[in-house]
Design a protein around this ligand. Structure first.
Ligand SMILES: Cc1cc2nc3c(=O)[nH]c(=O)nc-3n(C[C@H](O)[C@H](O)[C@H](O)COP(=O)(O)OP(=O)(O)OC[C@H]3O[C@@H](n4cnc5c(N)ncnc54)[C@H](O)[C@@H]3O)c2cc1C
Length: 390
């Protein structure tokens, strides 16, 4: 058998793990090249901690060169085009031929994607989490509004998670009484998309923490003169500090390529094995494909998708039969004020029938132990990608 070339676009949650999995599953003479424009492995769930000053940039962002070793090579470069018919990836520094291509480039964040965005803060990328840290650090009194500018954004529960973290932060500083915290969101009740077993207890916990809610509210613009966050329905909320998710879009090399995108405009892949529906030699996982599959953008989905797709790739290239069926669960340790909590949602029934309104979820009670689980997962994240080398 001649040696094969696997190219992976994106070296973070999905792509980084995919490289580690393929290194174990494929023969050592397979070339595995990971292309990433940022050249960093980042643990995005800790951006909220960065915004609150409890993690440094160095703790949440590691050198992606640690992925390299043996038959895996990490290359810092931006992918500009994929020519699926000719099995070629074009980048700003050269071309790469492949036998198998894996796409895990996530979502592209559009800064200043709505009117007045420059007056807002956010924590959906590292640089903005650092700016938000400065704004939160100076905040003493007034109204904080946390909102979203589109229903599609990384980590659907994070606006409420952040509101509870802010509650704890300002309570510990003795400032909470002078601060109003509101989460303004398109849903009709907190955590509605996860069904009543999560929405019920979480609504109660938010009420206990005196965190307000504005519902059916999606931010359309922000007026920095009147200090108002204005919804697409023209309702407005006064703010002193506005934290609003930026617009998330597919990367341009997917957006401009009919072979790579679904009817929704996001990455095309099928939920059984994460193969492109037209090209058997292209796989796509993670945030890029989440909206097309009917999933939220979560690292836990990217993780299990990498596990499954890696076995299909090994079977393609080596003739083995290793197939791991997709485990469509989201198990997450969440922050909830001075406590943490743990949610477990199984999306299997919902993926089969999109008319089912929410996944099958259960939630644990609150406990400090669940805060510790986030920290444990952070360590596991880097270890699973770097195999202990970082
Ligand atoms: C604040 C916050 C909290 C979160 N909390 C959780 C949580 O508790 N649980 C959970 O499961 N998930 C959480 N997530 C979501 C999770 O981090 C993402 O879903 C996950 O990182 C997606 O993985 P991915 O591989 O698809 O994309 P990413 O991790 O975004 O990686 C994409 C990589 O591709 C690279 N890239 C992009 N375009 C190109 C290009 N053209 N050329 C080369 N490289 C390119 C990027 O540089 C990047 O390194 C959170 C996210 C945020 C922002």
């Amino acid at each position: 058998m001649t040696s094969k070339n696997v190219v992976i676009v994106g070296g973070n949650a999905g792509g980084g793990l995919m490289a580690a999995r393929l290194k174990k599953l494929l023969p050592p003479d397979t070339s595995i090249i990971v292309l990433d424009k940022a050249g960093k492995v980042e643990f995005q769930p800790s951006y909220t901690y960065v915004a609150l000053g409890s993690r440094t940039e160095q703790q949440v962002s590691k050198d992606f060169g640690n992925i390299s070793g043996d038959n895996v090579k990490a290359v810092k470069t931006e992918v500009t085009k994929v020519d699926a018919a000719n099995r070629t990836v074009h980048t700003d520094t050269g071309e790469y031929k492949y036998d198998t291509l894996v796409l895990s480039p996530g979502a592209r964040i559009i800064q200043n994607g709505f009117k007045g965005a420059e007056a807002t803060y956010h924590f959906w990328d590292l640089q903005n989490a650092l700016k938000t840290k400065d704004a939160i650090g100076k905040f003493r009194k007034g109204k904080i509004v946390i909102s979203v500018s589109n229903p599609v954004y990384r980590c659907p529960p994070v606006p409420w998670e952040m509101s509870m973290m802010l509650h704890e932060y300002f309570t510990n500083k003795g400032l909470r009484d002078g601060i109003e915290i509101t989460v303004a969101h398109p849903v009709e009740k907190p955590f509605e998309m996860f069904g009543p077993s999560i929405s019920g207890p979480l609504t109660q916990w938010l009420e206990e923490m005196k965190i307000k809610g504005a519902f059916k509210f999606m931010t359309g613009m922000v007026d920095p003169v009147k200090k108002e966050v204005v919804s697409t329905n023209n309702e407005s909320l006064k703010y002193d500090l506005a934290i609003v998710s930026p617009i998330h879009e597919p990367p341009d090399f997917v957006k401009n390529n009919d072979d790579l995108k679904s009817k929704m405009g996001w990455g095309d892949s099928n939920v059984r094995n994460f193969r492109n529906n037209k090209y058997d030699d292209i796989y796509a996982i993670g945030d890029l494909v989440a909206p097309s599959l009917g999933l939220g953008m979560a690292g836990v989905f990217a993780h299990f998708q990498a596990d499954t797709a890696a076995t299909f790739i090994a079977d393609d290239l080596t003739g083995s039969y290793l197939t791991i069926p997709y485990n469509s669960v989201a198990a997450c340790a969440m922050e909830g004020g001075s406590y943490g909590w743990f949610a477990y949602c199984d999306f299997a029934r919902k993926l089969k029938d999109p008319k089912i309104p929410f996944p099958d979820c259960t939630v644990t009670g609150r406990g400090r132990i669940y805060k510790l689980m986030h920290a444990i997962y952070e360590k596991y994240y880097y270890a699973s990608i770097f195999g202990g080398r970082n």
